[in-house]
Design a protein around this ligand. Structure first.
Ligand code: 13P
Ligand code: SF4
Length: 319
């Protein structure tokens, strides 16, 4: 414990020396989240992370999350040095949507507006009319649907299906999924709900439709956290990466948070909902990055420009 406190102190000093701000996602190590807040950085959902990195005056933005989050920070602030805590931290949605395949998908449907989830590469974002995150996807698709636009959506099929159902928009869905949220199971969730009939059920929309159908609240990580803080219930069942329980317990002390069951459940692992790539963001990885920062994320200029247009469009819509 003393060692950890000492390491955090060293890292805080180094962040300051390098004029770097730490921007973390709720799924990362609790120590990373705490350090971000203690050093004037932020912990947020994808949209908040992008906004904070863009608006902060630090010359270096250090992203504790996965690759697309660091890329988004660089796309929005090309003049800043943007570092990822860990180079190997990627996302199954990003991996499952290769830019060349996506190009063919879009080319086959030229009459449709192209809307992509933020969990994609810069090369996919550069092909899009709009980028969205889970916190604003419904509003943007509603806006497009009201204008009579038909949509090509990628890559998360569950989030796409949820938005389609909510808005009634005509959407063609790419068939990607998140390897963490795909594992939540409606049967196990129903059984847990029966054990806790007064619990509120909080679900991230990357989860399968049968799980989303059981939710009291569906939303981005920040929207789920807000519901946990503001709703008067004392027990919550949470269907998203369990890293978020740290912020929920901090911000809603005294309330009980239960992990929604997954297919991978075992005697030792009640809910196995942990993103393997988010888990790469440790204090040790951060120390390593700060000791050899290098030039940071680099994006080809043509992709940078194209991706910035669709990403900035979302930022402006959200403002
Ligand atoms: P949020 O934007 O809701 O934080 O989601 C990001 C993500 O990767 C969820 O798995
Ligand atoms: Fe990607 Fe899923 Fe990990 Fe989020 S939790 S970064 S969507 S693999």
């Amino acid at each position: 414990q003393n060692d950890k406190a000492a390491l955090k102190q060293v890292l805080a000093t180094e962040l300051k020396a390098q004029d770097a701000v730490l921007v973390a996602h709720y799924y990362t190590d609790p120590d990373i989240q705490d350090l971000a807040l203690e050093t004037g950085g932020c912990v947020g959902d994808s949209l908040e992370m992008a906004r904070f990195g863009q608006e902060h005056k630090a010359s270096t933005v250090l992203v504790a999350g996965v690759g697309f989050m660091a890329e988004s920070a660089k796309i929005l602030s090309p003049e800043k040095r943007v570092l990822a805590v860990h180079d190997q931290a990627t996302c199954s949605l990003d991996l499952g949507c290769a830019p060349q395949d996506f190009k063919q998908f879009c080319a086959a449907h030229p009459d449709r507006e192209v809307v992509v989830y933020a969990n994609t590469s810069a090369a996919v974002k550069a092909q899009a009319d709009w980028v969205v995150t889970s916190s604003i996807a419904l509003d943007i698709v509603r806006h497009l649907h009201a204008q009579g636009k038909k949509i090509v959506w990628a890559p998360d099929r569950h989030l796409g299906a949820y938005i389609q159902k909510q808005t009634g928009a005509d959407m063609l869905l790419w068939q990607g999924s998140c390897l963490v949220h795909d594992e939540f199971k409606a049967d196990g969730l129903k059984a847990l709900m029966n054990e806790h009939p007064h619990a509120q059920v909080l679900v991230h929309p990357e989860s399968p439709a049968a799980v989303v159908a059981l939710a009291d609240v569906v939303g981005s990580t920040t929207q789920l956290l807000r519901a946990a803080v503001n709703h008067p219930a004392d027990t919550f069942i949470v269907a998203t990466d369990q890293g978020i329980l740290h912020a929920m317990r901090q911000q809603a002390p005294g309330k009980t948070f239960l992990a929604a069951p997954t297919a991978g459940e075992s005697a030792t692992c009640k809910s196995c909902a942990y993103c393997p790539w988010m888990a790469l963001n440790s204090l040790q990885a951060l120390q390593q990055r700060l000791s050899e920062p290098g030039p940071g994320i680099q994006i080809e200029p043509a992709l940078q420009q194209g991706a910035r247009r669709s990403l900035q469009r979302m930022m402006d819509f959200a403002a």
